[in-house]
Design a protein around this ligand. Structure first.
Ligand SMILES: Nc1ncnc2c1ncn2[C@@H]1O[C@H](COP(=O)(O)OP(=O)(O)OP(=O)(O)O)[C@@H](O)[C@H]1O
Ligand SMILES: [Mg+2]
Length: 266
């Protein structure tokens, strides 16, 4: 367990440095986050948990340069994010697939935008779909895929252009427990292979423990960093029996203590 401010280490991919954001002004001002400080370490999985409305999505939008901070700075590889940050990938809660394109064409789309030649992008799209068990479904449209399959296409569509940081905004929230577990397993396998940096948002403490190296617990709005928790579980982890992994009970109990006072109304 470690409670710290921005570390200034050089293995940091993203830094939130005294970041505040107030939406609106005057009487209608909504302070969403307040002086948030934490680092997202290179090649690691960092997860943010916190009550609804505490500014989790806002943190991702700041990192992607979709919204400017009212105070403080977000740094990506040491450079201030002050415009749309095309170096990050963003997997949103909804799959947001193009309904008029097949799974293959959806996955190829970001490569078309980047001018990758047709043969190369087709080969890559087939390879990535295979990695998540979707060989044979390349020509299916999103409406012909299950929720879990759509989510796989959506994740692969983001990972295919190999952004050095991937932002995930509660991507598995709408899925059933078994599909989530399977996707946790697949995501960790992809992460192991690609060594990407992940910043993940979830409400679910078990999901946070399963996936993460460190967990940022936020207070209720305006969101502040309440605790930075280093997950004590070794890797690789058996996501299908995560409750049996050494360190799980301790991690859950500690996180619940931080989390519950932010959601339980006195
Ligand atoms: N574009 C916006 N304009 C005005 N207020 C906003 C805007 N976006 C977010 N907010 C406000 O900022 C606060 C934080 O919103 P945010 O979406 O980041 O919360 P969240 O932690 O992701 O919540 P949830 O868990 O429900 O997804 C909320 O009170 C919300 O009303
Ligand atoms: Mg949100």
């Amino acid at each position: 367990m470690l409670n710290r401010n921005v570390s200034g280490q050089n293995d940091v991919a993203l830094t939130f440095k005294d970041v505040s954001l107030i939406f609106g002004s005057g009487q209608h001002a909504v302070p969403a986050i307040d002086k948030v400080n934490f680092d997202v370490l290179d090649g690691k999985v960092t997860t943010v948990v916190g009550p609804s409305g505490c500014g989790k999505t806002t943190l991702l939008r700041l990192a992607a340069g979709m919204v400017p901070a009212s105070g403080g700075q977000v740094l990506h590889d040491g450079a201030v994010v002050n415009r749309l940050n095309t170096q990050v990938g963003f997997v949103t809660q909804d799959s947001n697939l193009f309904p008029w394109l097949t799974a293959l064409a959806n996955v190829e789309f970001p490569l078309i935008v980047r001018g990758v030649p047709k043969e190369e992008r087709r080969e890559k799209a087939h390879r990535w779909l295979k990695l998540v068990g979707l060989s044979g479904f390349e020509n299916h449209y999103p409406s012909q895929l299950s929720g879990g399959m759509q989510k796989r296409v959506s994740i692969v569509r983001t990972l295919i252009y190999e952004p050095n940081v991937v932002l995930f905004d509660e991507p598995f929230g709408a899925l059933d427990a078994q599909t989530r577990m399977t996707l946790h397993h697949e995501l960790l396998e992809l992460w192991k292979e690609k060594k990407s940096t992940m910043l993940f948002i979830t409400h679910d403490l078990v999901e946070a423990i399963t996936l993460s190296d460190q967990i940022i617990v936020m207070t209720r709005r305006p969101g502040r960093v309440k605790q930075i928790y280093e997950v004590p579980l070794a890797r690789p982890r058996n996501v299908f029996e995560i409750y049996l992994e050494p360190g799980f009970d301790e991690a859950y109990a500690a996180l619940w203590q931080y989390f519950k006072s932010e959601i339980v109304v006195a």
